[in-house]
Design a protein around this ligand. Sequence first.
Ligand SMILES: Nc1ncnc2c1ncn2[C@@H]1O[C@H](COP(=O)(O)OP(=O)(O)O)[C@@H](O)[C@H]1O
Ligand SMILES: [Mg+2]
Length: 200
Amino acid sequence: MLISFEGIDGCGKTTQINLLKEKFDFQEIKYISIREPGSTPISEQIRDILLNPRNTEIASETESLLFASARAQIINEIIIPALNEDKIVICDRFIDSTIAYQGYGRGMDIKKLENINLFAIQKVIPQFTFYLDISVEESQLRLSQNGLDRMESSGYKFFNKVRNGYLQIAKSNNKRVHVINGLKSREDIFSSILSILELD
Ligand SMILES: Nc1ncnc2c1ncn2[C@@H]1O[C@H](COP(=O)(O)OP(=O)(O)O)[C@@H](O)[C@H]1O
Ligand SMILES: [Mg+2]
C-alpha cells in the first residue's frame, strides 16, 4: 500500500507522518518512508542539480523532467521492491506536488505533466493521499515561528495558486485524495487519518 501526504509547507505532513510511523512501529507493521527528491544515490545527484543556486538558467521543462527522473529512480529502486515485500510505503509528497507546484503554481501544461509523471511512476499511484489544507497565511505563520521565514513577498500569490491547485486535484480525484482541515489539532487530524485507513 502506498500512502502520500501533500500540502503546502507547514501544513503538517512531517508531523502526521511521524505519528503514523510511531503507530506502525508499535503495531509492528512493516513500512518505509520516502522524501523527494532524493532517497537514492542517483536521485540525490539529480537533487543537487535542482537545488544548486548556480543553475539559474534551468528551464521549467528541464526542472519538470528532472523531478520526474528523480521520482522514476525512487520508484524502481525503492517503492516497487518495497511494495513487492508487502511493506507500506509512506511518501512525503508525490505526483500531486508536481501538478500543484509546476502545473497550477508555475502554469505549465497539466496534461503534459501528468503524462510525463505517469511514465516515470509506471502507474504506481497511491491508494490514499492525505491533503492537509491550510491557508497561505497560516503556512507563513507556522514557518516564521520556526525561524524559517523564506517566503518572499511575491511568494503569496504563487502559494495561493498551489493551494487552489491542490483543491482542484482533490476534487477530480475524490476517491483517492482525502482533504483534511490542517487547522485542526494534530490529534484530530491523526484520528481522521487512522479512520480513513481503517486502523483505528
Ligand atoms: N495541527 C497542527 N496545528 C498547529 N500546528 C501544527 C499542526 N501540525 C503541525 N504543526 C506545526 O507546524 C509546523 C510545520 O509542521 P510540519 O509537520 O513540519 O509541516 P510540513 O512537513 O508539512 O512542512 C511545525 O512547527 C509543527 O509543529
Ligand atoms: Mg515536512
